[in-house]
Design a binder for this molecule. Sequence first.
Ligand code: MN
Length: 291
Amino acid sequence: MTTIPNLLGVHALVWVGGWSKDQCREAIKNSAEAGYGLIEIPALDPKSIDVEHTKATLKEFGLKGACSLGLSFDADINNDDSEIAKRGEARLMDALNVVEQLGGDYLGGVIFSALGKYKFPPTKKARDNAVAALKRLAIAAQAKGITLGLEPVNRYESNLLNTGSQALEMIKDIGEPNVVVHLDIYHMNIEEQDLVSPVLEAGNKLGYVHIGASHRGPLGTGNIDFDSFFGALAKIGYKGTITFESFSSTVVAPDLSSTLGIWRNLWTDNKSMAKSAREYIENKIVAAHKN
Ligand code: MN
């Protein structure tokens, strides 16, 4: 077996659309059996997660847990209204506590804004509110040994950060060492000039990576040039987590699936799909390090 420098993760929505005890166990068990070392658990509603049970199940299967979320429009730090921003910050603090209780060290995603289509560009005041809230969150996270990741997403899922450059600029404004760029190749394919320069620009501030196909279906299909991207990761010596994201109408999470526009059935057999995705990623990493 080849050793690769990255921990490979898989998003829970490959397996389950909710987080009951049974769903938690199914997702963690399947992730381990498909050869992953980490599961990314959506924490859109952090208080609904049974942390004791989740932590015990992670331990049973020897998996690490990370959390990701996008805020909602009624609890959004990227808003002029200080009450709405405050509700967003409280939700982020709840999510941070979940990561800590799970023994994890990463909270990422669209933690800087609501996840969804805004009908207007960001305002200066809204961005200032987001930066101030993330600074407080980052300071709280430092005490828990947790890193925060800002994941730029496409224009239909946030108005604030759509590119890696924008994330780097915001990280500078936040001014705390434990905030990193979280690049997702699916969103990069929509918003960036190419798949290499954002990686090189982020350099050692790149802290987490999402891999998915252009239509969020199985890897090895779609139109993304993975070789360029993995080449860039090898060039900067990226040793962080790489997590596979894929969504199909086969598995539905009531809120998240609609927000992400998962209307089509792109796979039905998630076990074989996730296993071949892991092998695909491993092969790309090995090939990139040979060049
Ligand atoms: Mn992503």
